[in-house]
Design a protein around this ligand. Structure first.
Ligand code: PLP
Length: 409
């Protein structure tokens, strides 16, 4: 298959000799994929239930994405921001329409989730205030601005001092929000479902309270839909299920189906004119290649009915896990195809390692939670393959001599 032969071990040794050690030794050397399946360089096949961490919305090698990227690559890959291109304008229009954003709403394109948060932070600064409120457990990225909003001390502390003025409040606690969101607050930044914290949904009531409180004090409500957006939870955006309209939304991950692209969407004319020419920019942001990929993703999600499918497949998974009656499974939480199976003990790393040996890619997002964020094209039969294997994996993981693996994002 590969035109550059070599075993997994050989490639991993070369990886360690040449790449900065930020992720530990990778688990696999992947070579190609098809739908929800990937193959490593040794020819072993895996069911990919992580999808590049909620990125490969259309799975691997989807003909629509391949065709769109190939066509655009043969036409125009990049233009500077002195110019625009048809895919850029079309993608912005499509996003605004799918978001149901009011007239006067706008889009800024960048290349990643963290960059979308950086743009949101600069937008917030334009209120003239410097306070920012985020939630405990939040993950908003690793660039130094976004990192100030990310909660995990191990990610933040080596780089402090970060931008000042950030308060982290307990997740889901309306009283804590009320105390923290004041007239000094520029923006409250929340994920509708905290992904990296272990797939922890915010209730609709919580998100509505966030909307009301920010409105009362004149702060922006920024919803970080980098992980939850683009159909992942069964609607185009998770905020659609909560019945709130944010002032701004950040996107990335699924938007390009694997081609790097991020976006900041600003809602309404007032917020959409706070950043003015020269205040922000990106060389690659909104390039025609990434935007053509984004359009193909959005068109294919609509054409293949993947919103309904994500919702139904998520319900199917919840039902099947609920029916398992395994002593180590305590529950399942999430929405659509962003779910975490919760365990009665810190077994997730061992389960993920055993699952990999058995041909399943899952993510031990927390010591006691296994995250599934598969391609939206995954079938319920494919999900069942994993559910059927899970009791055996759990039994093996709980056995005294089980393997453990550390997960580095
Ligand atoms: N925001 C959320 C909610 C995320 O889940 C992530 C990544 O996991 C980010 C932001 C950062 O995105 P990126 O890794 O593309 O910078």
């Amino acid at each position: 298959m590969s035109d550059r032969p070599g075993t997994t071990t050989e490639w991993l040794d070369r990886y360690q000799g040449s790449l900065l050690n930020l992720f530990g030794r990778p688990q696999l050397v992947l070579e190609h994929g098809d739908g929800a399946w990937v193959w490593d360089v040794d020819g072993k096949r895996y069911l990919d239930l992580v999808g590049g961490i909620a990125v490969n919305a259309l799975g691997h090698n989807h003909p629509a994405l391949v065709a769109a990227v190939s066509k655009q690559a043969g036409q125009l890959v990049h233009v500077s921001n002195f110019f625009t291109s048809v895919p850029q304008v079309e993608l912005a229009e499509r996003l605004l329409s799918l978001a149901g954003a009011p007239a006067g709403s706008k889009v800024f394109f960048c290349n990643s989730g963290a960059e979308a948060l950086e743009a949101a932070i600069k937008l917030a600064r334009r209120t003239g205030r410097t306070g920012l409120v985020a939630a405990e457990g939040a993950f908003h990225g690793r660039t130094t601005g976004a990192l100030a909003l990310t909660h995990k001390p191990a990610y933040r502390e080596p780089f402090e001092p970060l931008i000042p003025g950030v308060t982290h409040v307990p997740w889901g606690d309306v009283d804590a929000l009320r105390a923290a969101v004041t007239e000094q607050t520029s923006a409250l930044v929340l994920e509708p479902i905290q992904g990296e914290a272990g797939v922890r949904p915010g209730s609709s009531a919580y998100l509505r309270a966030a909307r009301d409180l920010t409105r009362e004090v004149g702060a922006l409500l920024v919803l970080d839909e980098v992980q939850t957006g683009i159909g992942r939870t069964g609607t185009w955006f998770a905020f659609h299920q909560a019945g709130v309209v944010p002032d701004a939304m950040t996107l990335a991950k699924g938007l390009g189906g694997g081609v790097p692209i991020g976006a900041l969407v600003t809602f309404g004319p007032e917020v959409s004119t706070m950043l003015t020419p020269g205040m922000h920019g990106s060389t690659f942001g909104g390039n025609p290649l990434a935007c053509a990929a984004g359009l193909a993703v959005l068109e294919t999600i609509a054409a293949e009915g993947l919103l309904d499918h994500a919702r139904e497949a998520g319900e199917h998974l919840q039902q099947r896990i609920g029916d398992l009656q395994h002593p180590l499974v305590t529950g399942i939480r999430g929405a659509g195809l962003l779910q975490a199976i919760t365990l009665g003990g810190d077994h997730s790393a061992a389960v993920a390692a055993l699952a990999r040996d058995a041909g399943f890619i899952v993510n031990p997002v927390a010591p006691d939670a296994i995250r599934l964020a598969p391609p939206l094209v995954v079938t319920t039969d494919e999900l069942d393959l994993f559910v059927d294997a899970l009791p055996g994996l759990l039994d093996a993981a709980a056995a005294p001599a089980s393997t453990t693996a550390e997960d580095h994002r």
